[in-house]
Ligand binder design. Structure first.
Ligand code: TZP
Length: 196
């Protein structure tokens, strides 16, 4: 599922930064790696200026070519140590986790942060069973890493996710399909900060 045309990506990243997002991930499941390298170069010029970390999804080799701040791996991708080695430098490595056990394992494996989800069913990741809100509190109690709850999170259910114990969240479609991306990000951040 792709929500942004390549040509629009810099404008979208600027709107996100304007809205106060703390971190941007470049995710292009259907894109060729060379295309993602070009895009990462363009986006990093913007994000670096604003001190917003840029994380590339799946492809550690991109981080060997572009000075992005991190790489994110899935359960079926490179192990964290392998991804770290491929980048050739000391950058953030995050890992997707889909249940409590995987979250603990990612910590053990040396992740710098984890994604935890999908919390709710989502067309962005249709083949995954949603975790729901029940494990959010226990994963925060047992995993001493930054945890980004992800999956089906929108401004309308964000307060429930925060009430369940989330401190950091990642939003894909809710943000990218918003009529005003900066305003949407600002409104989400306001809810997150209010609860800190
Ligand atoms: N990992 C777990 S759910 C998900 C990823 C990448 C997709 C989240 O997308 P959306 O559109 O915010 O539900």
């Amino acid at each position: 599922m792709s929500y942004v045309n390549t040509a629009d990506a810099p404008r979208v990243a600027e709107a996100m930064i304007d809205g106060g997002v703390d971190l941007i991930q470049l995710r292009g499941k259907q894109r060729f790696v060379d295309e993602l390298v070009d895009l990462a170069v363009q986006l990093h010029e913007l994000t670096f200026r604003c001190s917003t970390p840029l994380i590339v999804n799946d492809h550690a080799e991109i981080a060997a070519k572009v000075p992005v701040e991190g790489v994110h791996v899935g359960q079926d991708d490179d192990l964290i140590a392998v991804a770290r080695k491929k980048t050739g430098r000391n950058i953030l490595v995050g890992k997707s986790t889909h249940n409590f056990k995987q979250a603990l394992a990612a910590q053990h494996e040396g992740a710098d942060y984890i994604g935890f989800g999908p919390i709710f069913a989502t067309p962005t990741k249709p083949d995954y069973q949603p975790i729901g809100l029940k494990q959010v509190e226990s994963v925060h109690r047992n995993v001493a890493l930054p945890i980004f709850c992800i999956g089906g999170i929108k401004i309308d259910n964000l307060e429930r996710v925060i009430a369940a114990g989330a401190r950091r969240i990642a939003i894909v479609s809710g943000l990218l399909k918003a009529p005003d991306i900066a305003e949407y990000a600002r409104a989400c951040k306001k809810l997150l900060i209010a609860d800190l």
